[in-house]
Ligand binder design. Sequence first.
Ligand code: ADP
Ligand code: MG
Length: 369
Amino acid sequence: MFADNGAVIRIEGLSKYYQMGDTTVRALDGVDLSVKSGEMLSIMGPSGCGKTTTLRMLAGLEEPSEGEIQLDGERINNVTVSERDTPMVWQSLALFPFLNVIKNVEFGLKMRGVPATERRRRALDWLERLEIAEFADREISQLSGGQQQRVALARSLVTEPRILLLDEPLSALDANLVVRMQGVLTKLQKELGITFVYVTHRQSEAFAMSDRVAIMNEGKIEQIDSAKGIYRNPATRFVAEFVGANNILTGTVIATDGEIEIDTPAGRFNCVESSDHNWSIGDTTSLVISADLIRLSTSAVNDKNEMECRFISEEFVGSIVTVLAETPDGADFRIQLQQRELSELDLTVGSTVYVRWDSHDAHLLRDTV
Ligand code: ADP
Ligand code: MG
């Protein structure tokens, strides 16, 4: 199954079970994944879905229960961290509390026998890039969580590893600093050609930085794709609900020639499916329409994919507003538009609105639940 070339890391059928008394916790459940050389791959998912477990197994800190991990085509399942001459660096190992900031960052270079002046220069350079040079002589205990995270990043980047495993490396930073550090990391990652496996539960981080994003849920990978692919073509209901502001209408396929037509409790809607899935009449599926691809008006156009709803509320998010409407069968429906567009409609709570979308902008979920 791994026909793709250029993969540095390959994972096949990887599972991890923990025995907790009588119950078995499936932390990871048959994960397949390959990471290309120089790629920035994010693993995103809710807390407890298995992200850290995946990274820990890649790092050799945990042994797989089933499946295989390959590095450059070699099986490395049972090679422990200390036995591994691995190009993989685990970013979130704790800092040494008995060394100050610069000595923590220099540590990896010292182990490699880099002379003192050269090591100091390189360590300082990384502290500067991560905007923490002013703390070079501080003790680790004198730093905030966010500053410590950046020291840990500098320490792992200073050796310019081939592969860096990062577990929520920006989680303790303020929002504006997160955005700056995302920029710094993305730039360095591309410049140095380091392969990043980057775990985060933050969508903005994963989407802004990654070549591809893997969405995990309950120990399984639901979808791996570019950020745009995940956002516009969610494969499963979980991804559609987890990512973006999607409306999901579940129904039955009633026509498959040309556009696919779905009969739902809210009405009948059409979809132009780009995927190669063969839909048959009678199939149960869900139609997904992203809130930002929907038009809203106070009068009907009598077009297809139009639905009469009731205006419920509006929520401002900067210049964009999310309108909450109620479908004919009483479900929530979300529409995103510019604040200016909404003001022009002059809506009051309970008033009738019409929502409309293009058949090409609707998408069918692969899973049928
Ligand atoms: P994430 O990093 O996505 O938040 P983890 O990989 O840390 O999730 O954990 C995945 C699941 O495995 C969780 O249900 C967690 O409670 C469980 N788990 C992780 N480590 C252990 C362990 N050492 N013993 C028992 N259960 C564990
Ligand atoms: Mg974790």
